[in-house]
Design a protein around this ligand. Structure first.
Ligand code: SF4
Length: 240
């Protein structure tokens, strides 16, 4: 049973987990230097989540892991890094979307290209949408252990399926996940050039083994294959 914590942060500063400079590890910009703003809190609790420190208060200390920062404070921190590519990730950033609007507005005023990573279960507001350059949407599968009711939000998946800024990334654990992926692709008419398959795994060996058979499927279907660069290079270690 998870320790209850506030899920929303619409008053005051944004609840953040960390800010760091690294290479984009996934998706279509893999390898690109970027500043990451990792928001705290998530509305899901995927069994294989690699950022449990953003939401799992049974195993992590909320007071140590979460800090509240205003937009000027965030802007000041990220300006230390020599990049105009910003990735807002989580946790689930859209939990705090009202607060996110002012951050996004500030980032665009300062000429950042802004990617937002989301689990595709929360509909973004029009205010958020106008400031986002790219959506990295990662709908969860049965392998996440999240119930279908909570992981498959029809209105959200339809929204992102018809959003030309959105790429849809599926995390694949085993070959048996693929039939579920195909069902979702057909059901929501996801465009194949915007579909990314990514192997789940915490070690380079595991990621490379899965990448071999995923590569064949991507070639056959016309999907993209995303490696997990951070796992291959840094063994998935948390950024310092
Ligand atoms: S949606 Fe993402 S951050 Fe949230 S539990 Fe699942 S993998 Fe972790």
């Amino acid at each position: 049973m998870s320790i209850p914590r506030p899920l929303t942060s619409e008053i005051g500063a944004l609840k953040l987990s960390e800010i760091f400079y690294s290479l984009q590890g996934e998706g279509i910009d893999v390898g690109k230097p970027a500043v990451f703003i990792r928001t705290a809190l998530c509305n899901l609790s995927c069994i294989w989540c690699d950022t449990k420190y953003t939401w799992d208060w049974n195993h992590y200390d909320y007071d140590k892991e979460v800090s509240e920062m205003t937009v000027p404070e965030i802007q000041e921190q990220i300006s230390r890094f020599d990049t105009k590519h910003c990735i807002i990730t989580g946790g689930e950033p859209l939990i705090q979307q009202m607060k996110l609007v002012s951050l996004l507005s500030s980032l665009k005023s300062n000429d950042y290209f802004v990617e937002v990573e989301t689990n595709g279960t929360i509909l973004p507001s029009d205010m958020v949408e106008r400031f986002v350059d790219r959506w990295n949407v990662s709908p969860k599968l049965q392998n996440s252990s999240i119930s279908k009711l909570n992981r498959e939000v029809k209105a959200c998946l339809e929204y992102f399926a018809n959003n030309s800024k959105a790429y849809i990334k599926f995390v694949i654990c085993t070959r048996s996940d693929l039939s579920e992926v195909m069902t979702l692709i057909e059901k929501y008419m996801l465009k194949r050039e915007r579909i990314i398959l990514m192997p789940e795994g915490n070690s380079a060996v595991e990621v490379l083994e899965k990448s071999k058979w995923l590569a064949e499927i991507c070639l056959k279907k016309g999907y993209r294959l995303s490696i997990r660069l951070h796992t291959l290079v840094w063994s998935g270690l948390r950024a310092k």
